[in-house]
Every structure is written in structure tokens, then in C-alpha cells.
Design a protein. Structure first.
Length: 144
């Protein structure tokens, strides 16, 4: 689906009421298109955690124009399934990120050449840096 209105029309067909009853929820799921206008915008809200977050924002239910209460979670599940065919987890999305050095924070910005030559593992404030360095280098795979 390409537009929140189309999702809202699907909600009206599925749960009753009018498309406008559901539009705010569907707009929220797709707001990230404003700053990332391809499929990757979905990584921010199109997952199980995003569905539960929508429930916290909009409430457990909405009352449609027919007077029926509709669980917001059902609306979110419908939206995500229409776009992706399933409901992924946030981990499904995040595990596809290719790690870059800056993502690990400033502690890893310290170059090995700047470490004191007498630093020994377990006896220095640099222990955490040294312990992580090997794991992080493997994740970076040469990405500086």
C-alpha cells in the first residue's frame, strides 16, 4: 500500500465505520516517509513494538463512526501486514543494519595508537575498549 488513506479504507471495510475514523493511526505509521521516502521508513514503526507504541499513543481502542470500539492494536497489525505481509520484530529490522564505527559511540573513536603502551587487559580504564575492540572489528569488516 502506498498511502495512509488506502490503509484507512481497508480498516473501514474490515472494522466498520468510515476511513476517517482510522486515518490518524495509519498516518502515524507512515509519518517517517517525511524524512526517509523509501521502504526503509518502515523500520521505525512497522514492527511489533511499533504496534504496541501506537496503542500507547492512541489508546487501547478507538470508537468508530458506527459506535463500535476497535482495538488500536488490530489497526496497527492490519497496517503492517498490508505493507509487509507479516509482523516483524524490531530486531528483524535492526539486525539488518551494517555497523559503522560511529554507531558504537565515542569510546571506540580512540585509536589503538593512542593507547598507552603499558595498558594490560584487566588493569586499566581501557579494559572495556580493549575487550570490545576485537568483537567490534569483526562487525566493522574494514568499515572506517
Amino acid at each position: 500500500m502506498a498511502h495512509p488513506l488506502k490503509h484507512a479504507q481497508g480498516s473501514a471495510k474490515k472494522f466498520g465505520g468510515q476511513a476517517e475514523d482510522y486515518l490518524a493511526v495509519h498516518k502515524w505509521f507512515d509519518e517517517s516517509k517525511a524524512f526517509f521516502a523509501d521502504f526503509r521508513h518502515r523500520a521505525l514503526r512497522h514492527h511489533a513494538e511499533g504496534i504496541f507504541l501506537s496503542e500507547r499513543i492512541f489508546g487501547v481502542t478507538i470508537t468508530n463512526s458506527d459506535g463500535n470500539q476497535v482495538p488500536v492494536r488490530y489497526i496497527g497489525e492490519q497496517h503492517v501486514k498490508e505493507d509487509l505481509g507479516r509482523i516483524p520484530t524490531a530486531q528483524d529490522w535492526l539486525s539488518q543494519i551494517k555497523p559503522q564505527r560511529w554507531m558504537y559511540g565515542q569510546r571506540l573513536a580512540i585509536e589503538r595508537s593512542r593507547l598507552p603502551s603499558d595498558v594490560s587487559k584487566g588493569q586499566s580504564e581501557y579494559k572495556e575498549f580493549i575487550d570490545c575492540k576485537g568483537r567490534c572489528d569483526a562487525a566493522f569488516q574494514g568499515n572506517e
